[in-house]
Design a protein around this ligand. Sequence first.
Ligand SMILES: NC(=O)c1ccc[n+]([C@@H]2O[C@H](COP(=O)([O-])OP(=O)(O)OC[C@H]3O[C@@H](n4cnc5c(N)ncnc54)[C@H](O)[C@@H]3O)[C@@H](O)[C@H]2O)c1
Length: 230
Amino acid sequence: MSESRPRIVPEATVARLAVYLRVLAGLADGGRSSVSSGELASAAGVNPAGLRKDLSYLGPCGVRGVGYSVAGLRERLTEVLGGERSRPCVLVGIGRLGSALADYAGFASRGFQFVGLLDSDPRTVGTEVGGLPVHPAEELEVVVARTGATIGVITTPAEVAQAVCDRLVAAGVRSILNFAPVALTVPAGVDVRKVDLSVELQVLAFLDQQRDGSAPVVTALRADARESVR
Ligand SMILES: NC(=O)c1ccc[n+]([C@@H]2O[C@H](COP(=O)([O-])OP(=O)(O)OC[C@H]3O[C@@H](n4cnc5c(N)ncnc54)[C@H](O)[C@@H]3O)[C@@H](O)[C@H]2O)c1
C-alpha cells in the first residue's frame, strides 16, 4: 500500500525541476529532439547523478543510451510543476524592480500572468506598465478578488512588506514571492519564496574564493552541499 503513496518532492528539487524545464524549452526552440543526461545536467549546472535523482520523482522518462526525449520530458515536467494552468499574479510595489518585472514578457510564456499591479504612490497610480494600469494600494483586496490572483509578488520597500503580505494572505493569496530584504511571517498553509540576488552573489563570491584557494576557514564544501546552494 505504501508504494502507491505519492512521494513528496523536496522544495530544492522543485526549483531544479523548473531549471530543467527552462533548459528543455531552449533546446526545443533550437530544434532538438533528444538530450543526454550529461548535457542536460551540465546545462542546468548540476551533476548527472543529481539530475537522475531529481528526475526519478517523475517516474520512468529516459531511455538508457538514448537519453531523454526533449518534448516528452518537457511535457512531463510541465505536468508535474503544474505549468499547464495559467497562474494569475498580483504585483505590489511598481517602482524600479516592480516595473521591470511587470514589463517582462517572459513570465507569461511560462504560465505566470500579471493580472493586477498596485502601488501607494499617487504619481505611479493610473500609469500603465506592461500594458496594465497601476491601481492604488488600497484596492489590493478588490483586485485580488476580481482577478482571482493566486500568487502575490512583493517589490515594496522592506518596511511595508509584512503589512502588504498580511493583506495578500487575508485576501486569499496562498503563494508569495518576496523581493524585499525582510523575512516574512505567514500562517500555516501559505508558501513564501524569497528572492535575494545578494545571496546568489555571495555564493558566487565564495565559490570563486574557494576555486582560487583563498577561502579563509572552510576550504572545501562537500559536493552535495555545493549542489544544494545552486
Ligand atoms: N531581491 C533582490 O535581489 C532585490 C533586488 C533589488 C531590489 N530589491 C528590493 O525590492 C524592493 C523594491 O526595490 P526598488 O528599487 O524597486 O524600490 P522603489 O523605491 O523603486 O520601488 C518601491 C515601490 O513600492 C511602492 N510602495 C511603497 N509602499 C507601498 C505599499 N504599502 N503598498 C504598495 N506599494 C508601495 C513605492 O511607491 C514604490 O513605487 C526593495 O525592498 C528592494 O530592497 C530586491
